[in-house]
Design a protein around this ligand. Sequence first.
Ligand code: NAP
Length: 286
Amino acid sequence: MMATNQRIWGFESNFGGLAEIAVVKANQLMPKPAHLTWAEAACNALCNSTSYRMIVSRNGSHMTQGQAVLVWGATGGIGAYATQYALAGGAIPVCVVSSEHKAQLCRSMGAELIINRAAEGYQFWKDEQTQDPKEWKRFGARIRELTGGEDVDIVFEHPGRETFGASVYVTRKGGTIVTCASTSGYLHEYDNRYLWMSLKRIIGSHFANYREAWQANRLIAKGMIHPTMSAVYPLQATGQAALDVHRNLHHGKVAVLCLAPRQGLGVRDHELREQHLTQINRFRNE
Ligand SMILES: NC(=O)c1ccc[n+]([C@@H]2O[C@H](COP(=O)([O-])OP(=O)(O)OC[C@H]3O[C@@H](n4cnc5c(N)ncnc54)[C@H](OP(=O)(O)O)[C@@H]3O)[C@@H](O)[C@H]2O)c1
């Protein structure tokens, strides 16, 4: 990841993976989980690896058992894997979402502490230039109410400008804010007193190295972490798929069929699939 010529395939080196033939390095290939369809297997590669590095890896927050983890967008592309990693690793996710349906998805994954940011109406910015520390405090108080008085050890950050000030504020003394994106704006502002005096760390994280990607894929293949595919689009509707994600109308991941002629193909381990069918289909819309 540190190499000057490091590039993420499909993002920094070429324009996505929707092609009949794609050229990749042999060591970028990973085994397809045998119990998943082509679409279910494809939708994990980016976000599952990214969340693994951010949450589990020593290069990220290196979460340990019992830690409280604030997950923004807890049913979104990366967030739904982060929620799963927190639960699977014995941590306590505090899931932030924007609808009751998403809150229900979090509960069905096993999360108990959920904040519906839309229902509770947090406004971290008074206007485009000014944040509102009272709202950070209200958010922090709500987290403590849910956790029984504790602050979060880790914040899984990606909304960026809109939430970063609040994220730094609510992190526990000595805790970690791990960030991989700035969906709402790249220029973050936070009150540095809450960072330095409370010995907090901000960690930048980008995708995953080969080992992290491999480990994350292995967990999917073993049925310990599950795909979050909600909808499948035909190739001609790729634009619509991107638009639905852009408008935040989706849940988890959406898939586009490229070479597979129809949904449901590619499963080789039916027994393992049967064991995890509920989890595999948890995010499906229909
Ligand atoms: N660096 C990397 O390697 C890497 C890898 C993958 C993704 N990313 C980036 O990470 C970001 C998230 O990706 P994703 O696939 O998870 O996207 P996504 O599926 O759209 O999910 C993001 C979720 O974040 C929440 N959110 C969006 N704007 C917000 C705001 N202003 N305040 C609070 N919450 C907000 C929304 O959840 P609610 O509405 O339910 O709260 C949304 O569902 C994107 O910017 C993406 O480009 C980076």
